[in-house]
Design a protein around this ligand. Structure first.
Ligand SMILES: [Zn+2]
Length: 407
């Protein structure tokens, strides 16, 4: 027995075109065929799903989330019991799924194994949640981003004991191998300071090219990608020279590095929304002053810098940093509007959260498009996102792996 989905409009993300009156046939957890509704007669016993008043597209992919963080004013989860963080993370994955994000890339979790266990538990059907691509823990350095002391803590942030703090190429290699040993899908390195760490500045570069390259080498040996967190110009250049696969935020990228990124095929995940929200709503909500100050300084030129890279031909991929302050899981779709504001085309914006995102993960043989043989990750919205992008904030129907979770 197949599921037959009658679509009003269909954006399959295979070629950027919109089809009218298409029918998607789902058998088990995969898409088997796409046909025209005209003259189509379902087999007896097929389950008919009528989305003829809806706009249908592939399940969205958010390539930058933190399942271990809940969007509160500061990252309190780093000092909470790991069992509690895991329960919250499972809930976060469910909220992402119900918002239409059938796959998320976790960009660093507060323990090495936690996110891998959640990924596997969701895959095993123990919980409803997005399909998860993991980093294990972020690799940082003494005094670097997310390796800092919280007020009132005497021993400092526990990452120091976790094996993810690395201060030389050899230590980075060891840390990267540790992440892979416990099942990470990629390596994540923190190359510059960050907005949410009190002790460092986003503009400062905290890893050498040799250290970043050590992570890239280990990842490549295992057929994995390397993701670099970088805000400042010098850090972004170092990450590009080291040959990472993708640069997160990439806030203060300059023309010189854009050229290097183009030569090496390095993508950008801008995460516009988190800087904007912290800048605009942070002071009233109680986000620490240092974070508001840093977000405000960075947000000013972010959209324009990413536009320069986009115009030069660098691929921009959808990601939100949700879980960080004031961007809770399931409420990250405002990023789409910011991508359009930055000047990214509507088609590229939608492909960035589907086809391009799947290609970054190396999962484009399974997800990212609606095509025969792909997993049946399909969503529907009430309006045409090419006319009204904000409709993606209210996804009305969600199917993942051929199973309906919403609508
Ligand atoms: Zn992040």
């Amino acid at each position: 027995m197949a599921k037959v989905i009658k679509c009003g409009k269909l954006f399959s993300a295979t070629d950027g075109k919109i089809q009218d009156n298409a029918v998607i046939i789902v058998e088990g957890h995969k898409i088997s065929e796409i046909k025209s509704a005209e003259g189509f007669v379902p087999d007896a016993g097929d389950e008919l799903i009528d989305l003829s008043d809806k706009f249908v597209l592939p399940g969205l992919i958010d390539t930058h989330v933190h399942l271990g963080f809940c969007g509160k004013t500061s990252l309190t989860e780093v000092s909470e019991p790991s069992e509690l963080v895991a329960l919250k993370a499972v809930k976060n994955a469910e909220m992402d799924l119900l918002a239409g994000f059938t796959t998320v890339r976790d960009e660093g979790y507060p323990s090495i194994t936690g996110c891998n266990i959640i990924r596997d538990a969701i895959n095993d059907g123990l919980f409803s949640g997005s399909r998860v691509f993991t980093s294990g823990m972020y690799i940082t350095q003494t005094g670097g981003h997310l390796e800092y002391r919280y007020p009132g803590e005497t021993l400092g942030y526990s990452t120091f004991k976790s094996g993810n703090v690395a201060n030389s190429p050899d230590e980075v290699r060891a840390a990267a191998r540790l992440m892979l040993k416990y099942g990470a899908d990629q390596i994540k390195v923190l190359v510059t300071g960050g907005v949410l760490s009190p002790g460092n500045e986003p503009g400062e570069r905290n890893m050498s090219v040799e250290e970043i390259k050590a992570a890239v080498d280990v990842a490549k040996m295992h057929g994995k990608i390397t993701s670099a967190h970088a805000h400042g110009t010098a850090g972004i250049k170092a990450a590009a020279l080291a040959g990472v696969s993708v640069i997160e935020h990439c806030t203060l990228v300059d023309n010189e590095t854009i050229k290097i990124m183009l030569e090496k095929g390095i993508s950008i995940v801008p995460t516009f929304i988190v800087l904007k929200v912290i800048m605009e709503k942070g002071p009233a909500a109680g986000v620490p002053d240092f974070a508001v100050r840093k977000a405000t300084a960075l947000a000013g030129s972010h959209l324009a810098n990413i536009k320069k890279a986009y115009d030069a031909g660098v691929r921009i991929i959808f990601g939100t940093d949700c879980g960080t302050p004031l961007t809770p899981h399931g409420q990250q779709a405002g990023e789409f509007e910011l991508m359009l504001q930055a000047g990214i085309s509507k088609t590229d914006t939608l492909l960035s959260a589907t086809k391009y995102a799947a290609e970054l993960l190396g999962w484009d043989d399974r997800i990212g498009t609606i095509a025969p043989g792909k997993l049946a990750d399909i969503i529907a919205v009430n309006k045409n996102p090419f006319e009204e992008i904000s409709t993606l904030k209210n996804v009305s129907w969600v199917m993942k792996d051929g199973k309906i979770y919403k609508g």
